[in-house]
Each structure stands twice: as C-alpha cells, then as structure tokens.
Ligand binder design. Sequence first.
Ligand code: NA7
Length: 528
Amino acid sequence: MTDVDVVIIGAGYAGMYQLHKLRKIGVSARVIEAGDDVGGTWYWNRYPGARCDIESIHYSYSFDEDLEQEWNWSERYAAQPELLKYAKHVADRFDLRKDISFNTRVEKLEFDEDADTWTTTTDDGAQLTSRYVIAATGCLSAPSRPKFEGMEDFAGEQYYTSSWPHEGVDLTGKRVAVIGTGSSGLQTITAIAPDVLELTVFQRTPSFAVPAHNHPWTEEQLAEIKADYPAFRERDRNTRIGFFTNAGTGLMSEAPPEEIQRDFDERWQKGGLGFNSGFADALIDARSNDQVAEYVRSKIREKVKDPETAEKLSPRTYPIASKRMCVDTGYFEVYNQDNVTLIDINEQPIRQITKDGILAGDTEHKVDVIIFATGFDAMTGALDRIEIRAGDQLLREKWAHGPRTYLGLMSVGFPNLYMITGPGSPSVLSNMLVSIEYHVNWVTDAIGYLNAQGKTRMEPTQEAEDNWVSTVNDFGNMTLMPQANSWYMGANIPGKERVFMPFVGGVDTYAQVANGVATVGYHGFDLT
Ligand code: NA7
C-alpha cells in the first residue's frame, strides 16, 4: 500500500489540472507546492508589468465548459494579477486546495524497484510513497541567478523578477538598474520607466519585440468567442504553436516583395507572436528570416530617436524567433526619455557590483536598486534541483549532456515518473495551456489504462527514447533555432550542455504521434 496513488509536484496551471483530472478517474493524488498558494509562474513572477505573451482567450483552460463561460478576461493580454486570480478561482471552483501541501518543496524522489513505487521526501523531512510521480514543475521555474563580483557589498535593494516580493517594493523616485533584456526585463523596464528617477539598463543581447496592441475586451468580443469556444479551442490545437495565427504555407523566398510587405504590415498591425507566421520558411531559410528581422529593426529605428541607441537595441547576432520574441507595449520608446540610459555590456562589461552601484567598463553607475531579469535554467532546471534517483542512477547525471526523454513524457531508467511539458515536447514553443492540457490528458489516460490492466509499471524502451531524441534533434537542426544562444539551447546557463531541448515539429504533429502511441497500447513503452 502506498500513502497516495500519485504525487504531483507543483500547483501551477499544470499541477492543478492534473489533480482535477486524476480525481475524475478515481485516482488519489497529493500536490506538493513550494509557494503558499496556487499559480506557479503567475505566483512567482509578480514584477511590475508582468503579463502573458499569449492572448488570454487562448491562454486559459478549455477542459470545463462552465468555467470557460463564466470567466471574463478583462484584456487581450492578461496581466499577472488577473492570471493569478484565475488560478485561485480554479482552485476554489474545483476544491483543489484540500489536496495540496503548500510551503513545501520536494527535495528527493527515490524509486523502489521491488514495489514499483516512489518515495518523495520534502524539505520538512516528511516522506510520502506513491505509485506514480508527475512532475508539473514548469519549464521556466528555476531562476537563473548569475553571480556578479561584489553583489553582497551592495548597500541598496536587489530583486529578481522571477521571485518578486509580494509587497513592499516602491521604486518611485529611485535610481534603478535593470540587468537583462528578455521578456521579463522588457516588461519591467516599460512599467517602471515613468516612475523612477533614473533607469540604467544593462543589455547583453537585444531582443526582437513585436507590438502587443493590448486592449480591453468588449462584451461583444467575448460573447462572440464564447458562442463558439469549442471550435475556437479545436482550431488552436490544430496549429503548430497552439494558438491560431492564420499561418501561411507559402515561401517568402518565392513571394513577390509587395506580398511580403503587405503580410508584415498586416501582422504588425494585428500585433502578437503571430507576426512571423505569414510564411513557412521564416525560421528555416536564413535570407527569409533576415527579411523579417530587418522589418523589425526598421521599426526600432522609427521608434528610437537616437540612431546610436536604436542600433544598440537592434538584434543582429541571431535569427529572429530563434529566441522567443517579446511582445511589447512602448518598450523602445522608453529610450527616448531623458532619465533612461542603455549600457551595452559587450562594450562596457560589468566588472563588479559596488556598495553604491554597478561598475561597468570604467564607469560606476550609482543606483539605489538593482533588478535582475536574468531568466531561468529552463526546461531541466526544476528537475535537476531535485535528487531523483532510481537504482544507482540520478536523473540529473543521466541528463548531464542534455535531457533524454521519450515524447518529453518519460525517461528510461525512471519508471512511473511522468513529466508535464518535459524537454522533448513542444511545450515552450507553444501556447503553454494547450501543451499542458494535452500532456495531462495523455498521462491521466495512461494511468487509467495501467490500472485497468492491473499493471504497476510504465517505462519507455531504450530504442524509443533514442529515436525520439534523434527526432527532436533532427527537427531542431532543420531550422535556424539552434543558432541562437537561447535558453531553448541551455546556452544562458554557464556549463550547461548546448542541446536544443524542445520538439519544434508543432503541437499538432506532436499530438498525432503521441495519440498514435497511446492508441496502439503505448508503443515504445514497457508496461508490466
Ligand atoms: P530570458 O529571456 O532568458 O532573459 C534573460 C536576460 O538576462 C537576457 O537578456 C540575458 O542575456 C540576460 N542575462 C542573463 N544572464 C546574464 C548575465 N550574467 N549578465 C548579463 N545579462 C544576463 O528570461 P526572461 O525571464 O526575460 O524570459 C523568459 C521567458 O518567459 C520568455 O522567453 C517568455 O517565454 C516568458 P542573453 O540573452 O542571455 O545574452
């Protein structure tokens, strides 16, 4: 007998839905959550301006029609407080909290080969046995906190966007530095620029950003979507990136210039991450890619008055969309303000953090506050931080040269351990909610199947895993994506093996494969 059928790690959007689904099939589960409430990403990332880069009507659960109908998103792109409110609403509505242990972090998982069970050890010393463990640990949940010399000597305030305090931060009238110009940095910078006395931005790599054109939803717009929500969701699932962008199938390399210009203009006007989906070769053909990139650079030059600053803000060292593009509202215009300074740290490297500020090149920038928007140890970081042991093998050691999974769901040698949106699945290249719901449904079906068959153990075969890892690599290498020093590649973490981690073939293709695997009795898995 185990304490519970399933241990779920994490009460973010994935863990919450996983708990709900398991209950539906009569399987008991306990969720272990480090935070003091639900919400995951939207619990931790409370920095000023935090907002989802996928539209609210797409980035929301589709599993319950009543939930879908009763919830009204206020804006096209929901901000963090609304996304957290939604998570709390779902927790209340489905009475999830009673099966969640908050303020508890999983430290260790150990598999018992004889009993086919896992023992989970948490940071309060408690242990829990279960048949299965489902890691709903998130792809961007282990913060990257690079070390800068002298950090501990800084007399002012220091914050990480990825673990922003719940209250008590007031930046009004202060001199603030931001290190990092990815999505989190861009959003923070845009939000705080009007209030701070001085803002100094330390940029290592500029980001491509497309306009959000955010707006409140009108009642009519929401009613129109809700009238046909199931079809709307189905359309999302049948796309490569998990939300409908009316993607083109033609090649830019074969299209007349007027057609390309028209497509760019229309998509720019529409806003959002669908901007580069007008042509099928935008991420495959370097010349086509550069046409998209140059369009975005021309927009930066239009927005930023000082040509030298505009040039510094213009990405030139990696293909557009080989790192996730940012979705912005007035980011570039911030640099037209007199109180904002951009430091390119390739020209003026950060030498050290001093008592009073940041020494970059030969200049000490005196500041009251430093904000680190330095990103995450993506996709593998959260799992690596747990000691996951089966036999004499540790998962983090097995993955030392890059993660190895079958379908991003399971890894050989670690039976009965499922991952929601694990490495090797489309997850981070998609609308996360579509990928989460797909994986949760798949895993729940698999557990239901095992129970119905009286089986107690599921593990991929070596052959299936090896083939899938090759497939993920082959698909990745067909694109320009591996060229960037991105977190998809693990390139933002010193010492992390450079491997393209997500499956780039699309959520639609992926679902066809994974559905097929399940339909034929879990092809490529040993069930015993
Ligand atoms: P990102 O996109 O990884 O951005 C992190 C930023 O911090 C990026 O500009 C990094 O530069 C910079 N960085 C990281 N380490 C350093 C050091 N040591 N020195 C200077 N600058 C550094 O994380 P975000 O949180 O913004 O966004 C993550 C995802 O969340 C995003 O893609 C969306 O999907 C939502 P680099 O580019 O590595 O040169």
